[in-house]
Design a protein around this ligand. Structure first.
Ligand SMILES: Cc1cc2nc3c(=O)[nH]c(=O)nc-3n(C[C@H](O)[C@H](O)[C@H](O)COP(=O)(O)O)c2cc1C
Length: 233
């Protein structure tokens, strides 16, 4: 029988609990598909349509959450979730620490993949392209819109570095909070800022019945136009 609660003195490990078998998890995806004739002229316009639907109808907690994958100079990949903060025809923007692992990867190798996992809608969007840093003015304008606590957090964290424990982090935050009380302007950390991913290809994936999904990919052409190709599911 599955245990619902585990008391400290039971000496029960997680392994004793019956865990669901992922191999038996199977969902039938919706029938409405994505046709070439449905697509907008540019991938960013098409993304805007799907993003609007994800935000309004998608029952998604954070539709702007995306998985950012980078690779270092030796080609070793790594992925993490990041929030999309802006998009337009120039690209997709997120903010992070420039000393983080992802930022160090991007300094060596600017090729990046962004994946929006919109599972409740049986959709995903995959952007591949080139990342470059946003300008300091753009970074500063966004930094000023962040809540005071998040502004301090950007100063307190040496993102991706190994630390001795939680205490040092909390102490650094408390010290910063005392130095910059609520209502006071927090300077933009020099080690913090945005990346803009200029898309080279954008795939729109719509789950369909019997695993016969629709996959339509826009690919940038040398003349600045977009070619659309259909991929086998
Ligand atoms: C939902 C969610 C949103 C996140 N948003 C951001 C973000 O916008 N920027 C960021 O630097 N890290 C964000 N993180 C934390 C990253 O996943 C990651 O832990 C951090 O950026 C360090 O990654 P790295 O060591 O691979 O560079 C978010 C995590 C989650 C789960």
């Amino acid at each position: 029988m599955e245990r619902c609660s585990i008391r400290q003195d039971d000496h029960v490990t997680d392994a004793d609990a019956v865990s669901p078998d992922p191999a038996s998890m199977r969902k039938q995806y919706r029938a409405e598909g994505l046709a070439e004739s449905d697509l907008a002229a540019t991938p960013v316009e098409q993304f805007a349509r799907w993003f609007r639907q994800a935000a309004t109808e998608g029952r998604l907690f954070e539709p702007n959450a995306m998985v950012v994958s980078t690779a270092d100079a030796e080609g070793r990949p790594s992925s993490r979730t990041v929030l999309l903060k802006h998009f337009d025809e120039q690209g997709f923007v997120f903010y992070t620490n420039y000393g983080s692992r992802k930022a160090r990867d991007l300094a060596e190798n600017p090729y990046v993949s962004l994946l929006f996992p919109w599972h409740p809608m049986a959709r995903q969007v995959i952007v591949t392209g080139l990342a470059r840093r946003t300008g300091r003015d753009e970074t500063a304008a966004y930094f000023r819109t962040r809540p005071h606590g998040s502004q301090l957090g950007a100063w307190a964290s040496g993102q991706s570095s190994v630390i001795a424990g939680r205490d040092g982090l909390d102490a650094a935050y408390a010290e910063l909070a005392a130095r910059h009380p609520e209502g006071e302007q927090v300077p933009v950390p020099p080690h913090w800022g945005g990346f803009r991913v200029a898309p080279q290809a954008v795939e729109f994936w719509q789950g369909r019945e019997n695993r016969l999904h629709d996959r339509l990919r826009y690919v940038a052409e040398a003349d600045g136009n977009w070619r659309v190709e259909r991929l086998s599911p």
